[in-house]
Design a binder for this molecule. Structure first.
Ligand code: 5GP
Ligand code: MN
Length: 335
């Protein structure tokens, strides 16, 4: 970690601390934020957690989630918190543009900034930085941070419980992005008393009936397989959003379903929103969807999981993507 000693000294006196994460927060965004908040609180700091936009319902069981502020709903209060903060933790993102409506207020803040993140291509706003793309999740990096702070024994159980949520959601339930160190981490938090089965159950088996039906519809009616380039694309338009009343979190996991088909190397979910078209990519092996997203769709993420947006309309975006895959990436997709 860069500038760890400086940060450690800052944390020796009670501070006003703001923990922030990216817009449309996922399990890792919320998990890492709560895990760190529970720990910093025990050190005597004043800790506020702000998410730019609302969180998916399935995370409601997490201890402390009711105390999180939502910037888009409580803007004035959140602006006051940012104004009075000494330290800002930026978790699970590495560019303020990922916080969307909070970008300007965070970028303009004079507070000391700490980035803890595992996405590719970080920007350089941070005073201290714990950044490793080989980490499964930002939650895994929170564990590393506690280890650096020599605080694994001092941290409360809620830190480890909330940490495990982000580990599960960012690894598809310990299927990918794993490492021996991650399994040792899981063994360790299990020994510390985390109820592994309970958290897995809460994270995996919490679909609403509506979301479950949307999943079936996406597969049966909205999936196009480009078998000659080992690619599958699911496209959902505004009418689908209306019909299924798609809310935050309802689309989580849909793109991953495509990877269940044998030989698929690249999976894409394209969704039409009110103001833009959003793309969500997954891949297997060394096929880099991060490259496609950063080069062509104003986005980024990880080698095997990335996202971005398009300014074309929905059919235009689908056509552009297909053309791109056939002209630029066919060889890589069939090799
Ligand atoms: P998801 O497809 O689940 O929304 O996102 C997959 C990964 O890509 C996540 O790690 C997420 O942070 C990243 N990602 C998604 N959308 C964007 C985007 O618009 N810009 C960037 N830079 N990363 C994104
Ligand atoms: Mn993450």
């Amino acid at each position: 970690m860069t500038n760890f000693e400086q940060l450690e000294i800052l944390l020796q006196e009670p501070k006003n601390i703001l923990i922030s994460s990216h817009a449309n927060p996922d399990g890792d965004a919320v998990g890492s934020s709560l895990a760190l908040a529970h720990y910093l609180f025990t050190l005597g700091h004043r800790v506020n957690v702000i998410m730019p936009t609302e969180m998916p319902d399935f995370l409601d069981f997490m201890p402390g989630i009711e105390k999180i502020w939502i910037y888009e709903k409580q803007t004035d209060l959140c602006n006051q918190i940012v104004e009075n903060t000494d330290l800002i933790f930026a978790l699970d993102y590495n560019n303020f543009n990922r916080t969307e409506i909070m970008e300007t207020v965070l970028a303009n803040s004079k507070a000391y900034k700490v980035m803890i993140d595992h996405h590719m291509a970080p920007s350089d706003f941070a005073n201290a930085m714990l950044w490793r793309t080989s980490a499964s999740s930002t939650c895994e990096l929170i564990y590393d941070f506690l280890s650096l702070m020599n605080a694994l024994d001092a941290a409360p159980i809620e830190t480890f419980e909330t940490m495990y949520v982000g580990i599960l959601t960012d690894t598809g339930g310990l299927q990918y992005a794993t490492s021996p160190a991650l399994f040792r981490l899981v063994a360790d938090i299990s020994e510390r008393g985390v109820n592994i089965n309970y958290i897995s159950d809460q994270v995996s088996n919490s679909y609403s009936y509506k979301r479950f039906r949307l999943m079936g519809y996406s597969i049966s009616d909205r999936l196009e397989l480009l078998e000659d380039i080992n690619t599958g694309i699911i496209v959902l338009d505004v009418e689908d959003h209306r019909h299924f009343n798609i809310q935050r979190g309802d689309l989580e996991g849909i793109v991953n379903l495509i990877l269940r088909i044998r030989d698929i190397r690249c999976a894409v979910l394209i969704t039409e929103r009110k103001d833009r078209v959003k793309l969500s990519f997954r891949s297997k092996g060394n096929f880099s969807v991060q490259e496609i997203c950063s080069k062509y769709f104003s986005g980024g993420g990880h080698l095997n999981a990335s996202g971005g947006q398009s300014r074309d309309n929905l059919p235009g975006t689908v056509d552009r993507l297909k053309e791109l895959l056939y002209t630029e990436y066919k060889a890589a997709l069939i090799s």
